[in-house]
Design a protein around this ligand. Structure first.
Ligand SMILES: *Cc1c(COP(=O)(O)O)cnc(C)c1O
Length: 385
């Protein structure tokens, strides 16, 4: 039996024999239809309406963040969070090279340049050791920390919780705090993931969630900014709603801002989805346990379990091909997709995307290896029926 056959069979033992099995299929049912219909009937379909506030309150309660501000998507949440963290045009922002394109694009939207660093083998998130290397190469001057090679100020760090597995955020905070550089957490993939008792996205100065169609909870499209700081929360709301000054009829705006508010129609769907989040999380833990058991005795393949001390939402379950062999990885991808199992590799490294290929970067040995060896496998809660 080839490794590819073993891979396909192990997935099939968990997902059953449906001809097509998606990577992560949204679960839309009666609750979504009821809340969206209620929203339509109210005529409050746009950015003002009770579902937006309710969705924000429920996300704040679930994550333990003091404030949650609903926006149009995860990318806009990251963009505004970077601006609020003090990122200015011409700055550099440290991000993991192994991430979805949105992490780097948000840095560009803020007028800054991404500085790519390596990931950690166990968490698949930004490596605290790599962060320490990057920060210790900077020069301290009147502006703060400057990259001596480019002459640009380094003003924020954006770790990402990869596939829902928490990064070593405590290790990263220790390194970042020692240099006084703020952390904005890209928690787009990690709603329902905790480090100890604290939710991902609530460790940094700001954190962001995404509710895109493939995420664990979807609003069609949507995002959320999390922060404990009341002033940052007030600014986040202001900047995402065109910076309009409150008045009964006058249109006065006090700065150039964005129309990034989440529409009530999307929030209605989010409120419905949240009633099912605990069920999704339980289902995904069970799916992960079944995969772990089925991959346990296949030499050459390792199921990626949650990092020690954390609870992962197992947004996308993933398997590592030992040896980081791109050809072998692609053979497994071909065999599984040919069999109707939607499996996906990691994103191409951000530092290798054409727009970002000349940006500053550190050593990327681990990110390169993870990219060549990790495959995401079908992870919808509906797999359990
Ligand atoms: C999904 C995602 C985002 C945000 O995506 P949107 O589609 O803009 O909501 C950001 N970063 C990562 C790592 C993501 O997976």
């Amino acid at each position: 039996m080839t490794l590819a056959t073993g891979f396909v069979d192990a997935i099939r033992r968990v997902v059953g024999d449906a001809p097509q099995v998606g990577l992560h299929v949204p679960d839309i049912g009666e609750a979504e239809k009821r809340f969206v219909a209620e929203c339509l009937d109210s005529t409050f379909v746009s950015s003002v309406g009770p579902f937006v506030t309710r969705f924000e309150e429920e996300i704040a309660a679930f994550t333990g963040a003091r404030h949650a501000i609903a926006v149009s998507n995860g990318t806009s949440a990251l963009h505004v969070s970077l601006v609020l963290a003090g990122v200015l045009p011409g700055d550099e922002v440290i991000v993991p090279s192994l991430s979805f394109i949105a992490t780097a694009n948000a840095v560009s939207h803020a007028g800054a340049t991404p500085y790519f660093i390596d990931s950690d083998e166990e968490t698949m998130g930004m490596s605290p050791a790599a962060l320490e290397v990057a920060l210790s190469s900077l020069r301290r001057d009147a502006n703060g920390l400057t990259n001596p090679v480019t002459g640009n100020r380094v003003s924020a760090i954006v770790p990402m919780h990869t596939l829902g597995h928490p990064a070593d955020i405590l290790g990263l905070l220790t390194v970042a705090d020692a240099c006084g550089v703020p952390i904005v957490e890209d928690a787009a993939e990690s709603l329902g993931s905790w480090v100890g008792e604290k939710h991902t996205g609530t460790f940094g100065l700001l954190g962001v969630l995404s509710f895109n169609g493939n995420k664990i909870v979807t609003t069609g499209g949507g995002g959320m900014i999390l922060t404990d700081d009341p002033e940052l929360a007030r600014r986040a709301k202001h900047l995402t709603t065109t910076a309009k000054l409150p008045h009964a009829w006058e249109f006065e705006h006090d700065e150039v801002a964005w129309n990034y508010r989440m529409p009530n129609l999307n929030a209605a769907m989010g409120v419905a989805q949240l009633t099912k989040l605990d069920g999704y999380l339980a289902a995904k833990r069970e799916i992960a346990a079944r995969y772990a058991a089925n991959f346990a005795d296949i030499p050459g393949l390792t199921f990626m379990g949650e990092p020690a001390g954390t609870t992962s939402n197992y947004w996308l379950c993933a398997v590592r091909v030992d040896g980081a062999d791109l050809e072998l990885r692609d053979e497994l991808l071909r065999a599984s997709n040919d069999d109707g199992l939607q499996c996906r590799p990691f994103w191409n490294l951000l530092s290798e995307q054409r727009m970002y290929s000349s940006c500053p970067k550190g050593d990327l040995t681990v990110a390169t290896r993870l990219h060549a060896s990790v495959i995401s496998i079908p992870s919808s809660p509906a797999i359990l029926g």
